[in-house]
Ligand binder design. Structure first.
Ligand code: PEP
Ligand code: MG
Length: 589
């Protein structure tokens, strides 16, 4: 019988940070606190038990504070992620409930704490929205740090690892990730987390390849195994054969050479061979990520996802806090545009009590603009901050999840009210900013001609448009093979939006993940998309792709694509037509 251990195995996770690395696995067990026993505590000792819990929290907090102070310079912009963790230490859900449990059940602190954390974890399991789920991971990270202090298990200090390895972990907290030294840690594989998790964001900031959300990684990969991590495709290969090693070694070299080559010109505008300029912008979630957009040569910010500020704190941010963050981004990018998208959260599941009243179908629920229109005070606070920040540069405002003309009109009415209130108070602000909508719900595509009368631009959000048009839950791995940007129905929708935009003089942008993939660029250009926005790391490759294409040829190509009945046939056509031109782009497995 063949020795299974010796067989090459290909594992699939989420492509969280691009690039390829090949090296030895280093398994880190950041938990080490699974086995906790229960014992009763006598009434007279309860005070001491509570004190023991409070001391553990304090020590865990001090430990994190010192990590923040020693965070390497390049990660300073991300230290605020850790600052938010500091607040979570005294989160009522964890802190107060544990003390209550010790008192009521007269049990040891570890047991009480474990019980509270398990309750929180099981509530997380019901959350469908990946963004919220990943924010909830922060609470788990914090609780693990406290538990380690309680049971006296010392954490592996990632900063102390002194050999070149690839980290493999069940989970890695942002605090752990911020200790990574890139001359030692080549890449990351984790069972939990995803692109939008803080650890994913940090991996991209450090520019090390990362595959996250890879189920059972710590069981399938053994310590010291030779592994290949392809963070561009989400593939991890264990015990690779000679040939595979040689293939990936070659790809790794080509990827590096390519990155170096495309980065040289990334600060210049991207112009097709026949003279069309396509602005290539960056998507950000944190204000500090604007620096990465500048560094990668972005022509502006095409999508500023503003929900993070609402989800990381114990309360909704104040106007002044929002204003400060927006102003920083706007000033840093000026005179380049910054497209601030208004709050896109699953309404009542955000922050305060976001575990209560879970919706059965959050993606179809009180999300984004629906939540804002139902909560005009929350919405107007944000609108006022945006209008005030607009004074410092070139701001556009964008409303998410629009599905009807009434929603846009109502959003604009509230925007006017926000402006009027600022005027009455004598605040400095700008009213004359461009207004746009995300086109990500199929009804918005169908109504595009009438919606065009209301706005200055459309921005196609393929992540949700695919989800809603094809009825594919974007977070459900069981149907991820059907999540196809090249599905002809999606292409026809995009074509319709571009045609309407052309007729009505409304610019059509794209800010979904599809925009950041070089292979799709000929089609997007051919359909007539005016501007692309993507994760900052993809900007140089997309700019270099645009420079080798002719808009006229791409237009003819798009006509041909529109006659194809399936995603696989469109892909075949793309490879036939553009495979040679794009052969140096690293885009598929
Ligand atoms: C989209 O839906 O394509 C999009 C860009 O928005 P988000 O991923 O934030 O839903
Ligand atoms: Mg969306």
């Amino acid at each position: 019988m063949a020795n299974r251990d010796a067989e090459e195995t290909k594992l699939r996770g989420i492509a969280a940070s691009p690039g390829i690395c090949i090296g030895r696995a280093y398994l880190v067990d950041q938990e080490g606190v699974d086995v906790v026993s229960k014992y009763s505590v006598m009434e007279s000792n309860l005070r001491d038990e509570i004190k023991r819990f409070k001391t553990a929290v304090k020590n865990a907090k001090d430990e994190l504070r010192s990590i923040i102070e020693n965070t390497p310079e390049e990660l300073h912009p991300h230290a605020n992620i850790l600052e938010t963790h500091l607040v979570l230490f005294e989160d009522k859900m964890l802190y107060d409930r544990t003390i209550e449990t010790i008192e009521k059940e007269k049990v040891n602190a570890e047991w009480a704490f474990k019980k509270v954390v398990s309750g929180v974890k099981s509530m997380f399991q019901n959350i469908k929205n990946s963004y919220l789920r990943e924010r909830a991971e922060d609470i788990i990270h914090v609780s693990q740090r406290i538990m380690r202090k309680l049971v006296g298990v010392e954490a592996v200090n990632i900063g102390d690892i002194d050999k070149r390895v690839i980290l493999v972990a069940h989970d890695l907290s942002p605090a752990d990730a911020s200790q990574i030294k890139t001359d030692k840690i080549m890449g990351l594989v984790t069972e939990r987390g995803g692109r939008a998790s803080h650890t994913g964001i940090i991996a991209r900031a450090l520019e090390i390849p990362a595959v996250m959300g890879l189920d059972h990684a710590t069981k399938l990969i053994k310590n010291d195994d030779l592994i290949i991590v392809d963070g561009s495709t989400g593939i991890v290969i264990t015990r690779p054969a000679e040939q595979t090693l040689a293939d990936y070694g070659g790809r790794q070299i080509r990827y590096r050479e390519y990155q170096t080559a495309v980065s040289r010109d990334s600060h210049l505008l991207a112009e097709t061979t026949d003279g069309f300029i396509v602005p290539v912008m960056g998507n950000i979630e944190l204000s500090d990520e604007a620096a990465s957009v500048v560094e990668h040569g972005g022509d502006g910010i095409g999508l500023y996802r503003t929900e993070f500020q609402y989800l990381s704190g114990a309360r909704f941010p104040k106007e002044s806090e929002l204003f400060e963050k927006y102003k920083r981004v706007v000033e840093m990018m000026a005179p380049k545009p910054v497209t601030i998208r208004t709050l896109d959260i699953n309404g009542d599941k955000a922050v305060n009590g976001f575990f209560d009243d879970a919706e059965n179908n959050p993606a179809l629920g009180l999300r984004a603009i629906r939540y804002c229109l139902k909560n005009p005070d929350v919405f107007k606070t944000q609108l006022r901050a945006i209008l005030r920040a607009a004074v410092f540069g070139n701001v556009r405002i964008m409303f998410p999840m629009i599905s009807s003309c009434e929603e846009v009109r109502e959003a604009k009415r509230l925007l006017n009210e926000a402006a009027d209130s600022l005027a009455e108070e004598g605040e400095t602000f700008r009213r004359d900013i461009k207004i746009g909508i995300m086109v990500e719900v199929p009804s918005a595509v169908v109504m595009a001609d009438l919606l065009a009368e209301e706005v200055d631009f459309f921005s196609i959000g393929t992540n949700d448009l695919i989800q809603y048009l094809l009825a594919i839950d974007r977070d459900n791995t069981d149907v991820s093979h059907l999540f196809q940007p090249l599905n002809p129905a999606i292409i026809r929708m995009m074509k319709h939006v571009c045609d309407v935009g052309g007729e009505k003089g409304v610019q059509v942008f794209m800010c979904g993940e599809m925009a950041g993939e070089p292979l799709y660029i000929p089609l997007l250009l051919g359909l007539g998309i005016n501007e692309l926005s993507m994760n900052p790391q993809s900007i140089p490759a997309v700019k270099s792709t645009i420079r080798v294409l002719s808009a006229k040829d791409a237009g003819r190509f798009a006509e041909d694509v529109l006659r194809r009945p399936s995603a696989s046939e469109v892909m075949k056509l793309l490879r036939n037509e553009y495979g040679d031109i794009l052969s140096d782009k690293v885009y598929t497995e």
